[in-house]
Design a protein around this ligand. Structure first.
Ligand code: TYD
Length: 132
């Protein structure tokens, strides 16, 4: 799978509270090597502003809402995430920014790689040169 897309997750509805889950290589198209989360984002702040050479990610708004802006070097699309039962699959080599965080939002990010600064492309011009 190489195209970015919203993926719906299972939602087990229950009067005691709902439950959703993610299994690697099933609901999302990669094996999970790392999880991290972004929280306590001050109003108006932005995260991201980079691409990854090989890392794929799956991003879920576990709480609250935020926007993920994806740019493949040719076109930009904004995805508004605001439910914990779906997420955004982000393939490798996509410039991404995250902004418009609501108060108390919590972004869960599942990653196909362990943290490696060498996998980051943090210069937009370099990204454009690599994708075009
Ligand atoms: P970065 O990915 O640049 O944050 P964002 O894209 O959300 O703005 O990471 C910020 C800092 O955190 C950077 O110094 C690297 C460090 N970091 C880790 O050590 N491990 C991780 O898994 C991640 C995602 C970041």
């Amino acid at each position: 799978m190489s195209k970015e897309q919203i993926i719906q997750l299972p939602k087990i509805e229950d009067v005691r509270g709902n439950l959703s889950f993610i299994e690697e290589n099933g609901h999302i198209p990669f094996a999970i090597k790392r999880s991290f989360w972004i929280y306590d984002v001050p109003g108006g702040e932005q995260r991201g502003g980079h691409a990854y050479r090989v890392t794929e990610e799956f991003i879920v708004a576990l709480s609250g809402s935020f926007d993920v802006v994806l740019d493949n070097g040719v076109e930009k699309k904004t995805y508004h995430l605001n439910r914990s039962y779906y997420g955004l699959y982000v393939p490798k080599m996509m410039w991404r920014e995250m902004n418009n965080f609501s108060t108390n939002s919590l972004a869960l990010v599942l990653s196909s790689t362990k943290y490696d600064e060498a996998d980051y492309i943090r210069d937009y011009d370099q990204f454009k040169n690599l994708v075009l």
